[in-house]
Design a protein around this ligand. Structure first.
Ligand code: GLU
Length: 438
């Protein structure tokens, strides 16, 4: 079983989506199930509705889960496991107050030493504190694991001191709930962000404590950097999956980019399904990956090209596939849906006679309308169309071409008229409309 374990505490981060994609690919490659575990144990930080939002994003990116679990449903199991660890002497109640621990922390700081919990403190405040936490006894020997990206990672015993597994309110901590659930659901391989590297020895210690012997595989993904080369934070727009989608990037292009960045891949443009064929997590670079919006824009154009005309038309809220064909012509100058949409909208909006070619537009317009109303055979072929429209209007050269373009597209520049004509001729009746300037 592979799993994606988002916390419903905010918008989905691009780095999280990357972890989800990698876990999903590995599940498919290994013929194992894909579990989505909503880590909702931090009641105060949970945000209503974020779980549903994350699930619909996974669907949008084409990831279907085999199992879905809300971690809080397993609280009774977590409590049972904590009881077991207590009964074995592997965990103990710690009565230290926050003030006591803060003071110890300050003392360590003053001595320039890292703060480490000392098991001898556990019961000092037993009489004054009614609400103990449960701690798991820290490591007594070195803990090592092989990370598929980083190589061997090891922790000395003193780096893993006794840590809290159940809070004073009885709620399990992230490490505890996560380690127990990974065991309960037979997770075999964990891909997650690098910020979790130091949690891994703790989770291994928990699993060993309850007698679980399975060795899990791990891959911790390097952090994502923004375009300035700094750690990507919530302030960076591209850190939010929602923002990328709102900007008009296609899910397939975003997925392509997240798989491609900092990775060795056989091709540059591919779908998630194609990546399942060759993806190799060990090819992901150790070094942090820098988010390059220009690269994403390029991939977005490539995925637009791969869409059928029908699908692209649909994304632009049109039914006729020819609109998709028209839109593809604009990929030379537009990279996102948000950039394409106004171009297509302008085509279908009434044109206004203004600027240098206003009089030519006014002159040409009735002749084009007449050709449309008469179902002129010239509407089938650009050369014939040009010839007839020139003859009828008496216009030629730049005034003819500019006013024709303006009447067709509402803009002085854009794709070749002959290319536009091939698609636009199906909508001339909707496209060629003139509005007097108000
Ligand atoms: N809920 C944790 C997170 O979103 C999960 C980390 C993990 O995959 O273990 O960061």
């Amino acid at each position: 079983m592979l799993r994606f374990a988002p916390s419903p505490t905010g918008d989905m981060h691009t780095g999280n989506l990357r972890a989800a994609i990698f876990n999903y690919i590995l599940a498919k490659q290994r013929g194992e199930k894909f579990l989505v575990r909503i880590e909702d144990t931090d009641m105060e930080r949970n945000i209503e509705g974020k779980d549903k939002e994350i699930l619909s994003l996974l669907n949008l990116f084409g990831m279907v889960w085999d199992e879905l679990v809300y971690q809080s449903h397993n609280f009774p199991r977590h409590a049972q496991m904590a009881e077991y660890l207590l009964s074995q002497g592997k965990a103990f109640y710690c009565y230290c107050s926050k003030e006591f621990l803060d003071q110890k922390r300050e003392e360590a700081l003053a001595q320039k030493l890292p703060f480490r919990y000392n098991d001898a403190w556990a019961e000092i405040e037993k009489d004054s504190n009614q609400k103990p936490v449960i701690r798991l006894r820290g490591a007594s020997e070195e803990i090592c694991f092989k990370d598929e990206i980083k190589g061997i990672v090891s922790f000395k015993p003193h780096e893993v001191d006794s840590f809290v597994i159940v809070r004073e309110d009885g709620i399990p901590t992230y490490n505890f709930a996560c380690a127990i659930d990974d065991m309960l659901y037979d997770v075999s391989f964990i891909v997650r962000g690098e910020d979790h590297v130091s949690n891994t020895p703790k989770q291994m210690l928990i699993q060993r404590g309850v007698g679980y012997e399975k060795l899990l595989q791990y891959a911790h993904l390097p952090i994502l950097l923004n375009e300035e080369g700094k750690k990507m934070s919530k302030r960076d727009n591209a850190s939010s999956v929602k923002w990328l989608l709102e900007e008009g990037y296609l899910p397939q292009a975003i997925a392509n980019y997240l798989i491609l960045m900092g990775n060795k891949t056989p091709t540059e443009v591919f779908t998630l399904k194609e990546a399942i064929e060759w993806f190799d997590i060990t090819h992901v670079a150790k070094a942090p990956a820098k988010f390059d919006l220009d690269k994403l824009r390029f991939l977005n154009r490539e995925h637009f090209k791969r869409l059928s005309e029908q699908d692209l038309a649909f994304l632009l809220d049109h039914k006729d596939p020819s609109v998709g064909g028209l839109a593809k012509l604009y990929l030379q100058e537009s990279s996102t849906l948000n950039e394409l949409r106004p171009k297509i909208d302008a085509l279908f909006a009434p044109k206004i006679a203004q600027g240098e070619f206003a009089s030519a537009m006014i002159l040409l317009y009735p002749h084009l309308r007449a050709m449309i109303e008469e179902f002129s055979p010239a509407l089938k072929d650009f050369e014939a169309f040009k010839k007839e429209a020139m003859e009828r209007s008496g216009l030629k050269g730049k005034p003819f071409f500019k006013s024709l373009r303006l009447l067709l597209t509402g803009s002085e520049n854009g794709p070749e008229l002959s290319d536009l004509f091939e698609y636009a001729r199906f909508f001339f009746n909707d496209i060629i409309r003139l509005k007097e300037p108000s």
